[in-house]
Every structure is written in structure tokens, then in C-alpha cells.
Write a protein that binds this ligand. Structure first.
Ligand code: HEC
Length: 138
């Protein structure tokens, strides 16, 4: 199956790939479930930064409902994605939040990130949809 897929779609741009492959895209429901399991303990059930573990952390978890507002009205997809995944540029920093990239590399789907089609781990794609849906004041 994978071999056929590669023959048919290999070498074409991701935008076309999205159309020709039978990619089932994750949505905010998948993202919400992933968030509840992996993020809510720190960022809170609604993403506002008030999770159970929040008070014990040296750095307060970000209020994830304000990402758009704090970014001048545009959801900062690339920044959020690389932060969640684990941005190599941050490697030297002391970081409170775990990096989630390691567990996600296998299953990539094409997602438009700040205008560019980007192969994105499936769970992160759903997560981004969810995060976009909880933004306030935008
Ligand atoms: C152990 C607690 C913890 C967990 C679990 C956690 N975070 Fe965080 N998160 C933080 C903290 C603390 C920060 C503030 C920056 C820092 O020091 O890491 C942060 C920052 C962020 C930011 C950056 C916000 C900005 O201003 O750019 C995003 C996006 C984010 N978290 C999303 C998530 C998502 C999505 C998950 C689940 C996949 C998650 N976090 C899980 C603690 C956590």
C-alpha cells in the first residue's frame, strides 16, 4: 500500500499530496482529547494555565487561550507547533515544559502552517486545530 502510494504521489508537492492521498485529517476533537491527556495537567482543562501542577512549577504554564491575542490577532501556528514539538533552538534553555516531538514522528499529515504546507505529526495537527478553537478576543 505504501509502495503504491509513493509511486502515485511521490515527488509531488504536499498540497497535491493532500488531495491525492487518502489522508484522514485529525480535527479539534482529536486535539481536545490529546490535550486533556497530555497538557491539561499544567495548562488547565480550558488551556488557561491553571492546571493542577501549575502552582508547583518554577515557570507558570502559558495561558494558551491568548496566543492569538498576544500575537497581534494571528494564531502563531509555527511558533506553537515548534514549541510543543520541542524546538532545537531552545535546547540550551532550561525548559519546564516537556517536548512531545519524540513520540510523534511516525504519522505525518500535511498541514498549512503560517501559509506553508508542512508535514506535521497527526496528533499535533489535531492539537493545533484545538488550540485555534480556544483563542479569545480574535
Ligand atoms: C509539565 C507542565 C506542562 C505540560 C504537561 C505542558 N506544558 Fe506547555 N508550557 C508549560 C510551561 C511552564 C510553559 C511556559 C514556558 C516554559 O517554561 O516551558 C509552557 C508553554 C507552552 C506554549 C508556549 C506558549 C507561548 O507563549 O508561545 C505552548 C504553545 C504550550 N505550552 C502548549 C502545550 C501543549 C499543547 C501541551 C500538551 C501537548 C503542553 N503545553 C504540555 C508547561 C507544560
Amino acid at each position: 500500500m505504501r509502495g503504491i502510494f509513493l509511486t502515485v504521489c511521490g515527488g509531488v508537492s504536499l498540497a497535491v499530496l493532500a488531495a491525492c492521498a487518502e489522508v484522514s485529517m485529525p480535527d479539534r476533537t482529536d486535539g481536545a482529547a490529546f490535550f486533556a491527556t497530555n497538557c491539561a495537567s499544567c495548562h488547565g482543562a480550558n488551556g488557561q494555565g491553571n492546571g493542577k501542577l501549575a502552582t508547583g512549577l518554577p515557570v507558570p504554564p502559558a495561558d494558551l487561550t491568548r496566543l492569538t491575542r498576544d500575537n497581534g490577532g494571528t494564531f502563531p501556528a509555527a511558533r506553537a507547533l515548534s514549541y510543543i514539538y520541542g524546538d532545537p533552538r531552545n535546547a540550551h534553555n532550561v525548559r519546564v515544559m516537556p517536548e512531545f516531538g519524540g513520540a510523534m514522528e511516525e504519522d505525518l499529515v500535511p498541514v498549512e502552517i503560517d501559509g506553508i504546507m508542512t508535514p506535521t505529526p497527526r496528533v499535533l495537527a489535531g492539537l493545533l486545530d484545538y488550540l485555534k478553537s480556544i483563542q479569545v478576543g480574535s
